[in-house]
Design a protein around this ligand. Sequence first.
Ligand SMILES: [Zn+2]
Length: 379
Amino acid sequence: MSLYSSRRSFIKKATALLAASTSGPLIAQTSLSPSPVGVVLDDLFFQHDRIGHPENAKRLRVIDEALTQVNLWKQLTPVKGRMAVNEELLLAHSQGYIDEIELLSDDAPGFYNQYQQDTYINNHTFEAAKMAAGSNINLNLAVYDRQVDTGFALLRPPGHHALENKAMGFCIFNSDVIAARALQQKRGVNKIAIIDFDVHHGNGTQDLTADDPSIMAVSIHQHPYWPLTGGLDFTGNGDAKGTVVNCPFHKGAGDKTYLSVYDEVVHKKLEAFKPEHIIVFAGYDAHWQDPLAGHQMSVLGFNQLVEKCVDSAQQLCGGRISFSLGGGYNLKPLAECVTGTFHTLLGNPEKIHDSIGPSPEPEVDYSVQIEKIKKHHLG
Ligand SMILES: [Zn+2]
């Protein structure tokens, strides 16, 4: 049996189990006790693809192969994927933009912006992006309803740069904001925090929630760097002031910086905000071998960061936390980071394998910047 067929059989089995349970449960009902960790993956996520582009379907294939190699698929609970309906997409985007993506997808292949050519669109993009958003809603409902303890949506295309009216940075629909608002709408959840540790600033998430005091948008990122937003000054508008928490660092920030700023700033902001649910935009492009940025995280560092996010959720919101896939463009560290995240969520951090090790360059000391960020956000 090939490695790839193992993932395919996982999806096939999950689909069959879920088809048999149409009365509402979001997870497959089996005679075995379900894993506490949910996973969502759909074939459509592989169909949005463009050869030669860094955000391509191979990213998911290597993750699939890595999870197969360490026998992780059978330790996870499949969560039902589905396409978001139009009303759900409207939780973050305008009707005009949704229609534009549909038209461009019908007319594909091409780019959202012919002059920038960063965000590609093919014939499957509209459906894949709707599947990403809807599946992320289902995963978050499954976590919130305690059908699983935690979960990871292995979705593509990603969403954190997507604005109300604009695609950018490989992102089409902002699946995390859509899932947060869907939880508020469907379950009456009040406060939700979105933690974004992708190396790029989550400008879409910030923009969509900047006026909304019920959603805290945290982003740790390289700055100044693409998309050039995410400086310290902006913390939200009006009633939402204090709910945008940017933690910007020049190049060379690594494990020590990310873990320290999490303890010194992020966890404390979360403590004060008191979220009822946490969504993590898990981008792994701050890894030192990533070709698209200049930070120096290691596989082990990422997983310590994941552990800290889980600890915050356990302390603040009964452990309710989900992860959705962000960046990560060097395939080997990406696969090891995602595998490690699952080991962490399963409570087996000792199984995390970092075959790459830490950056050979010494980490830049950002303790002064961390103090500055702390003073800015916490006074
Ligand atoms: Zn990124």
